[in-house]
Design a protein around this ligand. Structure first.
Ligand code: MF3
Ligand code: CO
Ligand code: CO
Length: 288
């Protein structure tokens, strides 16, 4: 930064002069950096072409989740859902990102009750009252879109329904914070406040993440924190918000399969996730 002159071409590849493109934003970021905030690295700010690709792949993810929503019910196994997700993703011309990612063995993550995240599909049968997170990530033309939803199987208890509802509210309250020059800390602060004021805890060990040309990119999106801290948001950033909200303590442990994270106290956990884009005037939910 600081090397470009006003009349040079902008670093973003728009073909415009710097003074007519990102100069004002960079000046504002420099001032905010002096106040202790973190400017986003330029590599994570997407071009219009990348954004279009991420938008399309996010729409594949949304369609896959819509399909799951129509079919999920008591008595099916999580392996069956894995097959639906795998086959429908391919039908839509995409690839399920989880399969073989860092050795992950299946095409989707399915996390039931006390499972916080990264549950591996198996012959486990869904039963009445289970709360189930289905987390889908698709790769279309090299671009990633990541989202998850909760499903309540049959009749959920009042406690289960409240947890699922508050976890969803936490996601949307987090999304509401997103606009240019807000911070990652603003998102975490708002989510933590809503969860804790309802008697729940927020998982620390896992968070949202930059996404788009890779599955997991900068920044780490903490679902806890303090206002006006951490990385500054600017237009063209794409990341997930995916708060994991626990009935009991926030601590997790990982099972011997190396993936499945469960709550340390075996109480329930719920999670909703969207991939979002920071726009000039706020936010676009790409997986909506
Ligand atoms: N979709 C998960 C997330 O929201 C990541 C799953 S990684 C996998 O970040 F390998 F378990 F699939
Ligand atoms: Co996900
Ligand atoms: Co994610």
């Amino acid at each position: 930064m600081g090397k470009l002159s006003r009349n040079d071409l902008c670093w973003c590849g728009s073909g415009k002069k710097y003074k007519n493109c990102h100069l004002k934003q960079d000046e504002k970021l420099s001032i905010m950096e002096m106040e202790g905030l973190i400017a986003p690295p330029r590599e994570i700010i997407k071009t219009p072409e990348q954004i279009e690709g991420i938008r399309k792949s996010s729409q594949v993810t949304k369609k896959v989740l819509d399909m799951v929503a129509e079919r999920i019910k008591e008595g099916i196994t999580t392996d069956e859902i894995n097959t639906w997700v795998h086959e429908y993703t391919l039908e839509l011309g995409a690839i399920p990102a989880p399969l073989n990612y860092m050795g992950y063995p299946k095409s989707v993550c399915i996390s039931i009750n006390e499972v916080v995240c990264h549950g591996i599909p198996s012959d486990r049968v869904l039963k009445n009252g289970d709360i189930v997170n289905v987390d889908v990530t698709s790769i279309l033309d090299g671009y990633y879109g990541d989202a998850s939803r909760m499903f309540i199987i049959g009749e959920g208890s009042e406690e289960a329904k409240k947890l699922v509802r508050i976890a969803k509210e936490c996601l949307y309250i987090g999304i509401e914070q997103v606009k240019p020059f807000a911070t990652i800390g603003d998102i975490g602060f708002a989510i933590q406040k809503h969860a804790e004021s309802n008697g729940y805890s927020v998982v620390r060990e896992y968070g949202g993440h930059g996404i788009g040309v890779n599955f997991h990119e900068e920044p780490f999106v903490d679902h806890c924190g303090h206002r006006t801290t951490g990385m500054i948001l600017v237009p063209g950033m794409t990341f997930t918000i995916e708060p994991m909200i626990n009935e009991g303590i926030y601590r997790c442990k990982i099972l011997d399969d190396g993936w499945t994270a469960i709550t340390a106290d075996s109480k329930r956990s719920a999670q909703w996730e969207h991939t979002i884009l920071v726009t000039e005037d706020g936010v676009e939910i790409l997986t909506d």
